[in-house]
Design a protein around this ligand. Structure first.
Ligand code: GZL
Length: 318
């Protein structure tokens, strides 16, 4: 082959490589986030933004203030702006089919992050990157039944009504305590995953239970509500973590600190670092991959007094 031909092929190859690398990097991604109701959610948002920055991705971020109609509006806006991909962290499971069909018609790939969507057509999104909420509930209940010998009266603070996080954690926790007839949830109410509502609802529950001396444990679907409940327990003259056990999920820094101080007994971790896996999927999709696992699991540890301090040091959050 003549030298000129070789040079031409080499130059062409370089040009294609350059276009590909620019194409992969020059991405614009829309992210419809739930809101900023919890420390975990804030860490999740910050992690996605930092990952986009690191990868040179233009991220269009929308905070829906926990309202699904705002999320749907944001997704429609991303479609109108012809973004390269859309990330959705759905506040509740239902109501997503129409807007996901609009994204599909616009040939814009969608990735579901964290909570789930209830749709009849799984082709409406590439994949979902999320923890297993039922396992989180099971792990919380297992710790509690082992700690109490299967005899415990529980007050439950539920997360956002209709969210797969609340539904899954409830299902997993209840299935585990069902094996222990003397372990019962005697009151259960949503506190919407927030600290303020967690305190408010727990104040009411403790009053209704004559001050709470008969209560063995509080099961909170996230740390924010647990941290609010702790304030109510203290105001009732009881010691959280001792008079009333506190079991929670998320393992945010504030909860680990509360574990170290003995005010929370256990928190089941879920990683907030969902951005990296999501951007990897988008790159793989743009490189031609079409068949993705419909659920990429994100795990976490179980933190108690035995390992919380070491985790805070590891996170540099002492
Ligand atoms: C669970 C996530 C929940 C967190 C809460 O993955 O959806 O929402 O547990 C947050 O802190 O509000």
């Amino acid at each position: 082959m003549k030298k000129s031909m070789i040079r031409l092929c080499f130059t062409a190859g370089l040009a294609i490589g350059l276009v590909f690398s620019l194409n992969v990097q020059a991405l614009t991604v829309g992210f419809a986030q739930v809101g900023s109701e919890s420390g975990w959610r804030t860490s999740f948002s910050e992690s996605v933004k930092a990952e986009a920055e690191k990868r040179g991705i233009t991220l269009k971020f929308s905070d829906a203030q926990q309202k699904q109609e705002n999320q749907i509006k944001a997704v429609r806006s991303f479609i109108a702006q012809r973004v390269d991909a859309i990330l959705i962290a759905p506040v509740v499971e239902t109501g997503w089919q129409p807007v996901l069909m609009e994204a599909k018609r616009a040939r814009i790939p969608v990735i579901i992050l964290d909570r789930n969507v209830a749709v009849t057509d799984p082709s409406l999104y590439l994949t979902r990157i999320a923890p297993d909420f039922e396992v989180e509930g099971q792990r919380a209940a297992t710790w509690l039944t082992e700690k109490t010998g299967g005899k415990c009266k529980i007050l439950e603070l539920q997360g956002t009504v209709g969210s797969s996080a609340a539904l899954g954690r409830m299902k997993g926790f209840n299935a585990t305590i069902a094996k222990f007839p003397e372990t019962k949830i005697i009151r259960s109410q949503t506190a919407e995953f927030t600290r303020a509502k967690g305190k408010e609802v727990m104040e009411t529950m403790l009053k209704a239970e004559g001050g709470g001396k008969n209560i063995c444990a509080i099961w909170a679907h996230n740390d924010e509500m647990a941290l609010g409940a702790i304030q109510a327990v203290k105001e009732a003259g009881l010691q959280p973590g001792k008079d009333i056990l506190i079991v929670s999920v998320d393992a945010v820094d504030d909860a680990l600190k509360a574990i170290v101080s003995g005010e929370i007994n256990v928190s089941v971790e879920l990683s907030p670092h969902l951005g990296g896996p999501a951007f990897d999927v988008i790159n793989e999709y743009r490189a031609g991959k079409k068949d993705f696992e419909k659920w990429i699991h994100m795990g976490g540890a179980v933190f108690t007094i035995e390992n919380a301090a070491a985790e805070l040091t590891k996170r540099g959050a002492k």
